[in-house]
Each structure stands twice: as structure tokens, then as C-alpha cells.
Design a protein around this ligand. Structure first.
Ligand code: FMN
Length: 332
């Protein structure tokens, strides 16, 4: 059987399958099952700025409550224990101790101070790497894209200054020119780039004219966005590319590797099929490599990237022009 091992931001992985940050990776029992199913690494569910803010709020409330009882009690309050980020950090530490495969923490902050402080704290749990989940949804109509991009680069540079474990960034596809932005990001010395996060979109409930919250899982064809950018960027950046979004089978994973990704992350496929599906994906990838005569993953990696492929136009607008030339069907 072909050797599936690969490297990702300095970590040795036994295969390219990483379970993406999600509620699947927020529970020790499921993590156990994910490891048994054959995953090479996991990204723990993100610690969100809202959790940090909630803790600050709870702490403030507690301080105020005790203040009212006895002013001097404030000095003894730092020993207070409460949920939120501290609980998350404790839990991540337990996951690290429990698992043999690499464990990557994930952080989604807003303020730069939170990014820096909690990256340090997450690194202190013993994780093998940190994924910065830069998930911003700017609503200010006068905020320019350069300002947003400069802020994102600042987050990465500041975090890299304070931690000495590998750092990756999980990106949104919604940059004006993702190719340019990712190259600028790469120049920071970032270790991994996860392309892309998937955004939950609002839905209107027509029955009560309100909103409803739906499980917005990806579908197999959604992998093509990551495929395009993995193919374009894999020859242009030093950082390892981890493809994410709509990867539901070993064949999808094979496509990402051929485009130049070092590994893949998956979440929706496991929600839909159960965590054991990771073993099936692994088997499918091995079968593909064997059938095509590859003895290891590196032989296939990047073979169909934009630079190395004989058909680089597939990644560009030419693909679109080709689609437009398909004869119009009148029988539909
Ligand atoms: C229920 C659920 C929870 C998620 N939670 C997180 C999270 O905490 N942090 C994060 O970076 N991504 C989160 N994601 C995004 C996934 O990690 C992944 O990037 C995205 O779903 C695209 O991959 P997929 O098509 O394989 O699902 C979540 C996704 C789902 C479906």
C-alpha cells in the first residue's frame, strides 16, 4: 500500500487527514474515536473571543458582588475559578495528554490583545500547533480592504512573536485578491495556510417571518474552491497548504494533494457519515494512489498544480470561457 505520510507545518502526519475544528473535536470521547478511526491530527474547536469576553463579564460581576459585601474581598478574588477560557484551556490540556496524534488548538479572537494573550495560553497547554481562525465579518461600510488585510497580517506577526510552536491561519475566501493576500501572509513566515473556512449563512423562516439556524454542512462539490486556490498557490508559497471545505471522500483528498496541498481538513463529511468515515477516506486515497502506481503521497503532491499541470488554464478564467461554449440545450 502507498505510503500516505506527509508533513504539515513541521509536524509529521501519518496520513493527510485532519479533523477540522468543530463540535466533533470538543469532546474527549469523540476525540478518542477520531484517533481510533485513523485521523492523523485534530484541530480542537475554536476558543472564541465571546468566551473570553463572557469570562471578563462574569469576573466583573463577581468582583462587584463581593465588593458590595466587603471592599477588601476584591484582593482575594483572583483565586476565583469559573468557566469560559480557563475551562477551555484546561480541557485542551487534557486532550493533549490523552492523544497520541498531533493536537492543534484554534483561536478566534477580535482584539489584538486577546489574540496575543490567548495564543500564548493555548501554546502553554502543550498543543503541537495553533490555528488562527481569522473569521471577521466587517459590517462597517467605510472600512477599506487594505485596513482589514493589514490587521490580519498584524495578528499573525504578533502571535508568531510570542509563541514558539507552529502557527497556521485558517482563512475566509472573501479577500479581494486571495492570491496576493496569501502571498503577503506567507512572507510573515506562517507555517500553514488552511483554505478555507466555511461561513454559516443566515436563513429566513417564511412561516414566522423570522430567522432560523440551520446546520450548514458542505456538499462534496464544494471542494472546488479550495482546489482552485491550492492549485494556484501551492507553487507560490513556502507555507504548507491544508485544503478545507467540501472534502468528503478519499478521492476529494487525492484531488487536493494533486493540486499541491500537504493535507486536508474535513468536518461536514464526518457529521453526515460518522467519524469512522475518516478510515474510509483513508482507504479510498490509498486505493487511488495504488491504482495510479504512486508509491507515496509526495509523488502525487502538486503534480496538477497550476505551474506543473499541462492545462494551467483550468485554474483561470479560461475554464469559464470553455463552459460558455457548451452548446445550449433546448430539451430541458
Ligand atoms: C458544526 C460546525 C462547527 C464548527 N466549528 C468551528 C470552529 O469552532 N472553528 C473553526 O475554525 N471552524 C469551525 N467549523 C468549520 C470547519 O472546521 C470547516 O472549516 C468547515 O466546516 C469546512 O469544512 P467541511 O466542508 O469539511 O465541513 C465548524 C463547522 C461545523 C459544521
Amino acid at each position: 500500500m502507498a505510503d500516505l505520510s506527509t508533513g504539515y507545518m513541521g509536524l509529521e502526519l501519518k496520513n493527510p487527514f485532519i479533523v477540522g475544528a468543530s463540535s466533533l473535536t470538543s469532546d474527549l470521547n469523540t476525540l478518542d474515536r477520531i484517533e481510533s478511526a485513523g485521523a492523523a491530527a485534530v484541530v480542537i474547536k475554536s476558543l472564541f473571543e465571546e468566551q473570553v469576553a463572557l469570562e471578563a463579564h462574569v469576573l466583573q460581576e463577581e468582583l462587584t458582588r463581593y465588593n458590595d459585601l466587603h471592599a477588601e474581598m476584591v484582593s482575594v478574588m483572583p483565586t476565583l475559578r469559573h468557566g469560559g477560557p480557563e475551562k477551555h484551556l484546561y480541557w485542551v490540556e487534557r486532550a493533549v495528554r490523552q492523544m497520541d496524534i498531533p493536537v492543534i488548538a484554534s483561536l478566534n479572537a477580535v482584539g489584538i490583545d486577546t489574540w496575543v494573550e490567548y495564543s500564548k495560553k493555548l501554546a502553554g497547554t502543550g498543543v503541537d500547533g495553533i490555528e488562527l481562525n481569522i473569521y471577521s465579518l466587517p459590517l462597517e461600510s467605510d472600512l477599506h480592504s487594505e485596513t482589514i488585510e493589514a490587521d490580519h497580517i498584524d495578528i499573525v506577526e504578533r502571535v508568531k512573536e510570542v509563541v514558539d510552536i507552529p502557527v497556521s491561519v485558517k482563512l475566509s475566501p472573501f479577500y479581494t485578491n486571495p492570491v496576493n493576500f496569501i502571498r503577503v501572509l506567507d512572507a510573515t513566515g506562517i507555517d500553514g495556510i488552511v483554505m478555507f473556512n466555511r461561513f454559516m449563512q443566515p436563513e429566513i423562516d417564511l412561516s414566522d417571518l423570522g430567522f432560523m439556524y440551520v446546520n450548514d454542512y458542505s456538499s462534496p462539490n464544494d471542494h472546488r474552491l479550495a482546489l482552485r486556490f491550492a492549485g494556484i498557490l501551492s507553487d507560490l508559497v513556502q507555507a504548507d497548504i491544508c485544503a478545507s471545505g467540501g472534502i468528503h471522500s478519499g478521492e476529494d483528498a487525492a484531488r487536493m494533494i494533486l493540486a499541491g496541498a500537504s493535507c486536508i481538513q474535513t468536518a461536514s463529511a464526518l457529521y453526515k457519515n460518522g467519524v469512522d468515515h475518516i478510515g474510509k477516506m483513508e482507504g479510498e486515497l490509498a486505493t487511488f494512489l495504488d491504482n495510479k502506481g504512486f508509491s507515496n503521497l509526495s509523488e502525487a503532491k502538486g503534480m496538477l498544480s497550476m505551474r506543473r499541470s499541462k492545462d494551467p488554464e483550468a485554474y483561470s478564467r479560461a475554464h469559464y470561457m470553455r463552459m460558455l461554449r457548451i452548446p445550449v440545450r433546448t430539451d430541458l
